[in-house]
Design a protein around this ligand. Structure first.
Ligand SMILES: Cc1cc2nc3c(=O)[nH]c(=O)nc-3n(C[C@H](O)[C@H](O)[C@H](O)COP(=O)(O)OP(=O)(O)OC[C@H]3O[C@@H](n4cnc5c(N)ncnc54)[C@H](O)[C@@H]3O)c2cc1C
Length: 453
């Protein structure tokens, strides 16, 4: 028996279809009365339109898309670049019924696209289910995260998009289409990480597994020499391992180890880890900030969705007023790439709040930064000074170029389209898919023009 939860309304099942049909409800697709200034979450950019549509039914959404000349989907606004921007209009699905429908027998959940992981995960946990991994924060929308290849950490964990087994989207011609690996085996791996270019995703079907308990430990001051000598071993020391560093000393500031707790009673955490010392209190990755915003550490057991993210749902994640950049390199070259970053430690010192190093398992999703290679993601949280960042960014990007670095689609980067095309072997196939789903470029914006050669 499927277990279903509807936050605002209910719907009925349609046999033979990947997703149940949406219940028709009041159609209201008129642009909202908006405050004159609309920004992304970090406030580092203002969207170029005040036309924000919030349809309350899928039928209204279809009509809106059909009538629109140009439009972009907007998720929870957590990207740092103009990927979600439009000079014409944006559509948020926040007013659609927030459907969550678990199917434990099939090992899937069907979720409304605009739902935040922070809404979906407690529901899943109550059903005895879990997603394989989460980003550092639960505040982001499922559709927005999967559209950009958002990831957590763990050598065996693919990014969040790898959980997608089905999608429902409104195409440029207003048609509501359903895609899955079974029905569209050739193009499905191309459609999952889509950068908002194929249509407005209304629902996603995600792979789930039985719920599990976790604990996380933080170690401080990992000697760089240990990291260089034992990189793979350190990054495999838990289900998910993150390193935080400011590159300013010969130690890594913090190592966060997230362990799955299986049936047996866990041993007490070791007091040392490759020369790093077990922290004696909860810590924020930016050590000066309050750990109140962070998920429980110190080895305290808890449900998967309260340990996999670093930050708690009802608190500000990260620092708030910031910029972010992130680059993926092949894991086999991680030690070299980290050495190249360390060589820039003086140049980043004034602007950097903290860097994070994580692993992402290889996948086959065409535009995933981990496409075809086990990857290491090198992330930077910066003070919010775009001019200073623009001076440093080319140096970082050229230092990582020998490793065929791929940038995070939702963060700030300057890698030009022709270089991206050389680092994504499926880019031409993705452009062909865009042409098929959106022949007149209804969903194209300036960001997409700039990244697609
Ligand atoms: C504090 C902070 C921490 C972060 N931590 C991580 C992390 O741990 N790992 C990581 O990988 N990233 C991280 N990010 C980046 C973030 O997860 C991604 O940028 C993600 O894409 C944000 O999702 P969103 O819903 O806010 O998307 P938005 O910024 O709103 O949109 C992103 C893209 O998704 C598209 N989109 C959104 N909804 C739909 C839809 N319904 N249909 C079609 N397209 C849609 C938009 O058009 C746009 O192209 C972090 C960001 C912040 C601010």
């Amino acid at each position: 028996m499927k277990k279903r939860t509807f936050l605002k309304t209910s719907s009925t099942l349609l046999a033979g279809s990947l997703f149940a049909p949406w219940t028709a409800c009041k159609q209201s697709s008129a642009p909202q009365e908006e405050a004159p200034v609309r920004t992304n979450w970090a406030g580092n950019l203002t969207y170029s339109t005040n036309q924000l549509h919030q349809p309350t039914s899928v039928e209204a959404l279809q009509e809106l898309v059909l009538k629109s000349e140009k439009v972009r989907a907007l998720g929870s606004r957590h990207c740092f670049n103009r990927i979600a921007d439009s000079r014409y209009s944006q559509i948020s699905l926040d007013a659609l019924p927030a459907l969550m429908e678990a199917d434990p027998a099939a090992g899937t959940v069907s979720t409304g696209a605009a739902l935040r992981y922070g809404q979906l995960c407690p529901y899943l946990h109550k059903q005895g289910l879990a997603i394989h991994n989460l980003a550092s924060l639960p505040h982001i929308s499922v559709a927005g995260a999967c559209a950009t290849g958002t990831h957590g950490s763990g050598v065996h964990n693919g990014n969040l998009s790898t959980a997608v087994t089905g999608m429902e989207l409104v195409r440029a011609d207003g048609e509501l289409v359903q895609l899955s690996a079974a029905t569209h085996p050739t193009i499905f791996p191309g459609a999952v990480v889509h950068l908002g270019a194929l249509g407005i995703v209304t629902r996603l079907q995600l792979k789930v597994q039985p719920a599990f308990q976790m604990r996380q430990m933080v170690y401080q001051f990992l000697p760089e020499s240990q990291l260089e000598a034992h990189f793979d071993q350190i990054m495999s020391a838990g289900y998910s391992v993150s390193l935080f560093t400011d590159w300013q000393s010969d130690t890594v500031n913090q190592v966060w180890i997230k362990e799955r707790l299986e049936e047996t009673r866990p041993e007490a955490p070791a007091s040392e880890f490759f020369g790093a010392k077990l922290a004696t209190r909860n810590l924020h990755p930016i050590v000066e900030l309050s750990a109140e915003n962070c998920t429980e550490q110190m080895g305290v057991p808890g449900p998967w969705y309260e340990r996999l993210p670093h930050f708690r749902m009802n608190f500000t994640p990260s620092s708030g007023k910031e910029l972010q950049t992130e680059f993926f390199v092949p894991q086999e070259r991680a030690v070299e790439a980290l050495a190249a970053m360390r060589a820039l430690h003086r140049e980043v010192a004034d602007l950097l709040l903290i860097s994070e190093i994580r692993t992402v398992a290889a996948d086959q999703l065409w535009l995933s930064p981990a496409y075809g290679r086990p990857s290491v993601a090198i992330h930077f949280t910066w003070k919010q000074d775009r001019q200073a960042l623009d001076r440093i960014l080319p140096k970082i990007e050229s230092a990582l170029a020998p490793f065929d670095m791929r940038p995070h689609w939702g963060k700030i980067f300057g890698v030009p389209a022709e270089v991206l095309a050389s680092r994504y072997e499926k880019m031409a196939d993705f452009r062909a898919l865009m042409k098929e789903y959106d022949p007149n470029g209804k969903f194209k914006n300036e960001f997409l023009e700039s990244v697609m050669a």
